[in-house]
Design a protein around this ligand. Structure first.
Ligand code: GDP
Ligand code: IMO
Ligand code: MG
Length: 426
């Protein structure tokens, strides 16, 4: 079975881009299955830092097929700007393909997103303001525009005309001619990248190719299974890879769940282990926890194992990739949440919403620098114990341990899927 799915197991920004980049060297295609430019995936190679928003992270490693699938929502101008930036950095984008079934984010979606947030006042979700929710809402309401519609500008015009009155009713006026002209201009540049990505993917599958399905956001931000309503508007869990790309679940062999060594969240909503004072500030500073998309400081807390176990379960994770372990260097003790104080029979998101209080255990730190470690056996004893504790609690192997943002700063252990050129260490 040729598909490996990579997903975030927390509240996003776990380091998925970094892990996808590493795994890309063993892949024939990398495909984004959901979300839009609300994502910010960072890949660092040497001194160069790439911030991917909608283009699959595999593009940096030169994977020949980088697919944006039918489950994603895409701003035409945003995608073209991202491709231009990548080209300027010397990245070949000729293999970036956008599904003709993917929905387009229109300027009015961005307006709606911002207006809705304003209306929510104190209850604002803290969206990224990129029009993600309204674009998915139009998709479900069956009044959206797809990338393939750009092939026939008259059909785009008809879709826009049908949107005009409903948008007027919520105070958004559409200048149809101006949008149509903008779309015509964008279509010329975008259409060479638009194709039937389902056919492309299945061709790769038939040829025995290996596919990496790149998740965006994190499990706790999943529209149905996360901490609703403080979630994004797409399916972020591994099950979404199949529907978001157009292949059957039987093709999935591995699900790699990416886990940051502590918790972070941007935007509103509960984060049970959040640290309000200097401890949170320390994690934020050491981990450089600032949102890629909005520049907002990320809220920080200790590792939340009950939430992680829930996430591993609903994704069917087969392996874990632990990132940012180096951020915990120097800490004397490292608390981890092992249970919530709650007698509630509710599902985990409901329990969190009801104010579940974390119960923590404190593990010993390793008081040393691990950024240059490349093998399991070289890791300090207490760092190995931290990893082993996580493995035992979740019941899954930690197959990758990232000890720095740079591509080479990774420990790959035996049994890790899609291992590229570098040999596994233990
Ligand atoms: P993503 O959205 O899941 O791809 O994650 P982001 O790119 O938004 O955030 C992860 C941040 O942590 C980026 O700035 C990465 O460069 C950085 N990063 C990733 N792995 C590590 C690591 O192991 N150690 C450190 N110190 N930074 C890391
Ligand atoms: P990556 O892929 C972290 C959060 C927003 C907000 C909520 C809804 O980089 O991990 P939206 O704009 O999607 O309607 O906002 O979801 N959010 C993310 N948080 N990482 C992301 O992506 C996110 N994408 C959306 O901050 O709380
Ligand atoms: Mg991110």
């Amino acid at each position: 079975m040729p598909v490996t799915v990579v997903v975030g197991l927390q509240w996003g920004d776990e380091g998925k881009g970094r892990i996808v980049d590493y795994l890309s060297r063993g892949a024939d295609a990398v495909a984004r299955f959901g979300g839009g430019a609300n994502a910010g995936h960072t890949v660092r190679v040497g001194e160069e830092t790439y911030k991917l928003r909608i283009v699959p992270s595999g593009v940096v490693a030169g994977v020949s097929q980088c697919i944006i699938g039918p489950g994603a929502v895409v701003s035409p101008s945003g995608l073209l700007a991202e491709l231009a930036t990548l080209n300027r950095c010397g990245v070949d984008t000729s293999g970036v393909w956008l599904s003709d079934l993917a929905h387009l984010i229109m300027p009015y979606h961005v307006e709606m997103d911002r207006a809705l947030e304003k209306d929510r006042a104190e209850g604002a979700l803290g969206t990224t303001g990129n029009g993600i929710g309204p674009a998915y809402a139009d998709r479900v309401a069956r009044c959206g525009m797809r990338a393939g519609d750009l092939r026939d500008l008259a059909s785009c015009q008809a879709i826009l005309e049908r949107r005009k009155v409903p948008l007027q009713q919520i105070g958004i006026s559409l200048d149809l001619n101006s949008i149509a002209m903008q779309l015509a201009a964008l279509a010329d540049s975008l259409l060479p990248h638009v194709c039937d990505t389902i056919a492309l993917l299945h061709q790769t599958l038939r040829g025995g190719g290996r596919i990496l399905a790149e998740g965006a956001q994190g499990t706790m931000l999943d529209v149905g299974l996360g901490t609703y309503p403080y979630v994004t508007s797409s399916v972020t869990v591994a099950g979404g890879a199949s529907a978001g790309l157009g292949f059957g679940p039987k093709h999935v062999e591995h699900v790699v769940g990416v886990v940051k060594a502590y918790s972070t969240r941007v935007g509103s909503g509960p984060l049970p282990t959040e640290l309000a004072g200097t401890e949170g500030e320390t994690l934020r500073t050491r981990g450089a926890e600032v949102g890629v998309v909005t520049g907002r400081p990320r809220r920080c807390g200790w590792l939340d194992l009950p939430a992680l176990k829930y996430a591993a379960q609903i994704n069917g994770a087969t392996h874990l990739a632990l990132t940012k372990l180096d951020v915990l260097d120097d800490l004397e003790r490292i608390p981890v949440c092992t249970a919530y104080r709650t007698g509630s029979p509710a599902s985990l998101p409901f329990a969190i919403e009801a104010g579940a209080q974390p119960q923590c255990e404190s593990l010993p730190g390793w008081n040393g620098t691990i950024g240059s470690v490349r093998t399991w056996s070289e890791l300090p004893h207490n760092a190995r114990s931290y990893v082993a504790y996580l493995e035992q609690y979740i019941g899954l192997p930690v197959s990758y341990i990232s000890v720095g943002p740079e591509r080479s700063q990774i420990i790959v252990r035996g049994g890790a899927p899609l291992v590229p050129r570098v040999a596994a260490s233990a």
